[in-house]
Design a protein around this ligand. Structure first.
Ligand code: ADP
Length: 324
């Protein structure tokens, strides 16, 4: 039997290059080898969203990005998290075996408390338990994620160990699957690429928007003048060249060190390479967006398939815990 994969994306807006290089590339690649389950995790989005008017639209936007990137609803189960409410029941049950102290020490919780001090809700503390429930309800053993999710996954494994100790062997400890770009830095050259920091490039951006964003990117801070030699190893634009201009990246590094090309030329070639790679994805997205009824159908079918697995796990867990 094929092992199960699970991963989720929050519908906080369209996907960006960080999501794509850090996670979505693996979502697509794993479809051949595993039984894949992918969710647009709308309940998770509620932990930080204060304005929910766009939530449903964003679920569709994210789904369009995922399908355009190559997720195939005939090979993977693709759905919206809230359409399978069984996960919230497992969330409650796993909450009973998760010490609060484990949750309070999670780095993303501490960061979010700093970012949204006026909105530290109970759901935010429980975020990793809901994520564990997502993974475990689908009995996933492989979880493609970016590096920022590793502490959450470690917590899932701790919950598994504790649950199995108390109630008998029920879950396998899931392992993270990282890409070659597990932490894509934003255009500011400093922080993780993220919508909330507005240092990102959307997959669905136009070629012009992409070029404009790339031109605004921070490069090697030590290179002040065109004639200065550059340090590609500290330059985020160069890191992205490594993916999008892979064949030419060693050459670009030499040219940069010898000041044969300036940052503007380097960025131009990066923008061109990003636009070339994403052109087919963007064209597919436009075609898919023209048929919103298909999106509804995919979500509905995905939820039906997901519920079959979720209900079976939930019954097993309730038996183990002595509820039935
Ligand atoms: P965001 O962080 O943009 O709000 P999510 O939290 O929904 O998006 O992340 C979806 C997936 O994309 C997760 O597996 C996450 O680890 C990955 N990811 C997000 N940003 C980056 C990044 N800058 N580099 C690598 N992976 C990322």
């Amino acid at each position: 039997m094929k092992k199960h994969v699970f991963s989720g994306v929050r519908p906080t807006g369209r996907l960006h290059l960080g999501n794509y290089l850090g996670a979505v590339k693996n979502y697509v690649a794993l479809q051949d080898e595993y039984e894949c389950v992918y969710a647009v995790v709308d309940l998770h989005a509620l932990t930080t969203l204060e304005e929910t008017g766009k939530l449903k639209d964003n679920v569709c936007e994210v789904l369009l990005d995922l399908l355009a990137a190559g997720l195939d609803p005939t090979r993977s189960i693709i759905f919206a998290q809230s359409h399978v409410p069984e996960v919230t029941e497992l969330f409650t049950l796993l909450g009973m075996v998760t010490p609060l102290s484990w949750l309070l020490r999670v780095p993303t919780f501490k960061e979010k408390v700093k970012m949204h001090p006026h909105n530290v809700n109970y759901g935010l503390v429980g975020y990793p338990v809901l994520m564990a429930s997502d993974i475990l309800i689908y009995k996933a053993e492989v979880v493609p994620v970016g590096e920022d999710q590793l502490p959450h996954l470690e917590l899932t494994r701790e919950i598994v160990r504790r649950f199995n100790e108390h109630f008998g062997p029920t879950f396998a400890e899931p392992q993270a699957k990282l890409t070659n770009y597990p932490m894509v830095v934003g255009l500011d050259g400093r922080d993780k690429m993220s919508k909330s920091l507005n240092n990102h490039i959307e997959l669905a951006a136009t070629a012009e928007e992409t070029a404009k964003k790339v031109m605004s990117a921070v490069t090697d801070p030590a290179r002040k003048l065109r004639g200065d030699s550059g340090h590609p190893e500290v330059c985020n634009v160069y890191k992205l060249q490594g993916h999008f201009n892979n064949q030419r990246s060693a050459f670009i590094a030499d040219e940069c060190r010898e000041a044969k090309i300036g940052c503007v030329e380097c960025k131009r070639s990066l923008a061109e390479a990003i636009n070339t790679e994403l052109a087919p994805l963007r064209a597919r997205r436009t075609e898919l967006a023209a048929h919103p009824e298909n999106i509804e159908r995919i979500l509905q079918h995905g939820a039906e398939q997901a519920k079959i697995i979720a209900r079976s796990t939930l019954t097993e867990v309730k038996q183990r815990m002595g509820l039935v």
